[in-house]
Design a protein around this ligand. Structure first.
Ligand code: GRF
Length: 188
């Protein structure tokens, strides 16, 4: 039986697209749906191109988790991947999918994580702190932001001349390279 994975994404969705393309001819994985909290997010256009159903739930839906859980169960979803998803995951979902929800964070946790640490904020904080290294963290999701057990990290160098945009680019490269492989490793 293939693992049926829902991807949650709030923005561009380049990781979502990369993961779906990586597993496009792998019978062990199915990606029936992309879920967003923003109806205008670019990820919906990517979903259309990939011929994958995408839906938007409201902030209130994400606070209670009830209607989302009902929807995921109706789609026979077994696992969830957060790929650039910005809201907290409701406890109902965490309890319904034990060790089956993972997130990617664009820095080396436990540094530069937590509420408000997303997107460019992370890379700016890394730059402003004068770090010489950044990277990615893939971790299980619990009820706190960026706090669950770490599964995998990869590093990239940060040069004094790197802007936060350059750091973001280096980090994205790591994400594209490693996120699908880690998924394969833990759930394949
Ligand atoms: C990624 O850097 C991810 O680590 C972070 O948000 C970004 C999402 O990029 N949480 P995309 O939407 O996958 O293009």
């Amino acid at each position: 039986m293939p693992l049926r994975i829902a991807i949650f994404a709030s923005g561009s969705g380049s990781n979502a697209e990369n993961i779906i393309s990586f597993f496009s001819s792998d019978p062990r994985f199915e990606f029936p749906v992309i879920i967003s909290n923003k109806k205008n997010a670019f990820v919906h256009l990517r979903a259309e191109k990939l011929k994958i159903h995408s839906v938007t739930f409201s902030r209130e839906d994400f606070e209670s988790g009830e209607s989302i859980l009902y929807f995921l169960q109706s789609q026979q979803i077994n696992a969830i991947i957060l790929a650039g998803f910005l809201l907290k995951i409701p406890i109902k979902l965490i309890q319904a999918f034990p060790n089956k929800i993972i997130n990617i964070h664009p820095a080396l946790l436990p540094k530069y994580g937590g509420k408000g640490m997303y997107g460019h904020h992370v890379h700016e904080a890394v730059k402003n702190a004068g770090e010489t290294v950044s990277g990615i963290t893939i971790h299980y999701v619990n009820e706190h932001y960026d706090d669950g057990n770490i599964i995998f990290q990869a590093k990239c160098s940060v040069l004094p001349t790197d802007t936060s945009e350059i750091i973001a680019e280096k980090v994205h490269k790591l994400e594209y390279e490693y996120f699908p492989r880690v998924i394969e490793e833990i759930w394949g």
